[in-house]
Design a protein around this ligand. Structure first.
Ligand SMILES: [Zn+2]
Length: 394
């Protein structure tokens, strides 16, 4: 369905071919007459725009022509197979790459254990080789590459900025290095931001304001505001892991401060608490396994971690008023216990108006959120009305 938001988003080129493509991207087939009515443009203008989109294969005639009593009218629909997109989600210890269509449907995918601290040339070198293999499998013209990294990234340059767990990556020109080898534009962002994009795209495109919280070895969040990613002035928005949790300031965080949320409620923190209590655990995976096995102490600690995270999120709910909070990352697999702790505190601490229609849920994409989000980042860039108008007019 076309909404006012879609029209205003593409303002500046409401009359262009790109704006017409934006309308058709919802997958619904529409006739010339319907598009004339929707846009208010002259029939000849709409026909001209449609021809331009057809010649670039962005759209195709729909199989089922729509009949309105008289002779059947041809309908047109978005061609999701017009190009392919490369998406990579590079984590601290493993990497996942995929080739998708223009609706972010995964066509081919690989996942390997590959520590990010091997450095940019080894990790990105693997990425180039693997993507080329996948592209042979899928075929199709590559229109862009999206990459998620487990550390801060300057959005304008696509370069990592002092990433704590990524030795050798600081300032590395990821877009240039990959772009020259893959022959397509490259967009880079941090993993939490692309996961937020993925969740928003796949499950809740109608949601205006969403917060995605990743709970794994660390804690961070991605913010969707008015259906767009909010990165902040320097790209550091959403770094909730280092908000001080006042009740436990004796715990020292890896950032050097004490009492950070991450130091008391991350998977690594829960593993430390279990270890200290005599239950062997070395990281978030172990915690998840113990919780799943019903280990009472692990369940208790997970629930308490949920409450600590809920405490911080309660303030965020009051401040930002999201309609959806999605909990993801390794620890989301610990099931309802963390979620229960988060809900308990948010619903009791946030303002009633802010929580009236608030939904707090676990991730729907699971460990694919990053891949889908990386593809979405590219698709939104390539299919933006401005970008389509440029291609069509050249
Ligand atoms: Zn910290």
């Amino acid at each position: 369905m076309l909404t006012q938001g879609m029209l205003s988003e593409s303002s500046g080129s409401v009359t262009g071919a790109g704006a017409l493509l934006s309308i058709l991207r919802d997958g619904q087939a529409r006739t010339r007459a319907e598009l004339v009515q929707l846009t208010g443009l002259a029939r000849s203008t709409v026909s001209q725009r449609l021809d331009a989109l057809l010649s670039h294969q962005w759209i195709v005639p729909a199989d089922d022509a729509i009949s309105s009593g008289g002779r059947p009218a041809t309908a047109f629909t978005f061609n999701r197979g017009a190009r392919v997109v490369a998406a990579a989600d590079l984590g601290a210890t493993h990497a996942r790459v995929a080739v998708t269509d223009l609706a972010s449907t995964v066509l081919a995918e690989r996942r390997v254990d590959l520590p990010i601290d091997r450095g940019p040339e080894e990790v990105l070198g693997w990425l180039v080789v693997t993507l080329k293999e996948l592209l042979v499998e899928t075929g199709g013209e590559l229109c862009g590459v999206g990459v998620g990294l487990p550390g801060p990234v300057s959005h304008s340059s696509g370069r990592p900025v002092n990433p704590p767990i990524m030795p050798g990556w600081d300032g590395f020109p990821v877009p240039d290095w990959l772009g020259s080898r893959l022959g397509a534009p490259v967009l880079v962002d941090n993993d939490v931001n692309i996961m937020a994009l993925g969740e928003h795209w796949a499950a809740r495109r109608d949601v205006e304001h969403l917060v995605f919280v990743k709970i794994g070895t660390g804690i961070g969040c991605g913010i969707i505001s008015e259906r767009r990613l909010h990165r902040g002035a320097q790209g550091a928005a959403g770094d909730i892991g280092h908000i001080r949790v006042t009740t436990s300031d004796e715990v020292v965080c890896r950032c050097g401060n004490s009492g950070c949320l991450e130091a008391v409620a991350s998977g690594a923190a829960i593993a430390n608490q279990l270890d200290a209590a005599g239950v062997e655990a070395h990281g978030s995976r172990d915690v998840v396994n113990l919780v799943r096995q019903g280990n009472t102490m692990a369940v208790q600690f997970a629930r308490q971690a949920g409450r600590e995270i809920g405490d911080v999120l309660a303030s965020i709910v009051n401040f930002f008023n999201p309609s959806v909070i999605v909990i993801g990352g390794d620890m989301a697999e610990a099931g309802e216990h963390i979620l229960a702790g988060v809900r308990e505190v948010i619903y009791s601490r946030s303002l009633p108006l802010a929580t009236q229609h608030l939904s707090i849920r676990a991730t729907e994409l699971g460990d694919r959120a990053g891949i889908i989000g990386a593809a979405v980042m590219v698709i939104e860039h390539v299919l933006s009305p401005e970008a389509v108008d440029l291609v069509v007019s050249s």
